[in-house]
Unconditional design. Structure first.
Lengths: 163, 163
DNA sequence: TCAAGGTAGTCTCTAATGCAACCAAATCAC
DNA sequence: GTGATTTGGTTGCATTAGAGACTACCTTGA
């Protein structure tokens, strides 16, 4: 019998962090193995494949990643022929990014794997629990964002990227 | 009205990661500001203050951090006079780490702040929801750990460090 | 039309994180 | 005991993430 129970183990932020790392780690491994993609690259592909042509700025808003991270991910995707940039007629500073045919094909494989991974990782939770979990995460994130110095500049939602 | 809803935003691992980062970031800021401590250092202090004298190996098990991270955190704590190492009679390779008086004093300030932060960050969730959230995180983590290649070597629990 | 200020994207430098190789002490095999 | 293997701890290296500066371009307001 344990002599002492750690209060660390009861500390929600700790539990959250450890769990998140475990989940992310597993996914990162899987994507690296199967597609040679890192998480940032994968996220960008997910958004592009789903939403079509976007600027880097849009991608920052959609993925909540740093603009540098987005930039690097885009560059990798472009170098690998998974995405292309075309000039933005409206704004000479930015480009539109879009998946290539190759990118689209890969996206077609990637999304099912994502869902499969989600299924596998969250198998310990039934449908209701997952829904509940998602709601709690959403509320938590929204709340944390409102409090304190808003962290990383661009702080608009990720919920929509309507045209 | 949004034209399209991102599937990324519905992807649980993504939501988990983003939320966890937001929470961790806020806490990290707070501890850096008030005590000049980083998360790994804080975790080690939390365990030492709570459990008394431990070896680095124990700390790895208790914090689920890399042994290198633990080592570095310990070194910082020692350099700052918050913890001391004393030889381990049983094993010449390792030392016992323990908070100094100074460290203990700081620990006395740190833990209330931790609880305060938890309260503040999780204000968006009521008591039941927090309990539920904790249960779900626990199940999730336990499940993820069982699947796939067990990641980072040492994989014993964090739930007990009995004598 | 021109200056002033703001924004998208890029580059660079530094800090943080994790891994692999390593050393020293302990344990095991004989 | 002596050599081989394991384990706690440490160091160094490679990878990653983030802050800041910088360029090119846009927008506004005179």
């Amino acid at each position: 019998m344990p002599q002492k129970i750690s209060r660390l183990a009861d500390f929600l932020p700790y539990l959250l962090s450890v769990t998140s790392n475990a989940v992310s780690g597993r996914i990162a491994d899987e994507y690296a193995l199967r597609f040679g993609l890192k998480i940032p690259e994968w996220r960008v592909m997910a958004v592009l494949g789903d939403a079509g042509s976007r600027t880097q700025r849009d991608l920052v808003g959609a993925t909540l990643m740093d603009k540098v991270a987005v930039n690097r991910a885009c560059k990798v995707l472009e170098d690998r022929g998974l995405a292309t940039r075309s000039p933005n007629a409206r704004d000479g500073r930015s480009h539109h990014l879009e998946l290539t045919e190759h990118g689209r094909t890969m996206h077609g494989q990637i999304m099912p794997l994502a869902l499969e991974m989600e299924e596998l990782l969250f198998a310990a939770l039934d449908a209701d629990e997952r829904a509940q979990f998602k709601v709690l995460l959403g509320r938590l994130r929204a709340h944390v964002r409102t409090m304190g110095g808003n962290e990383h500049g661009t702080d608009d939602g990720m919920e929509e990227f309507g045209a």
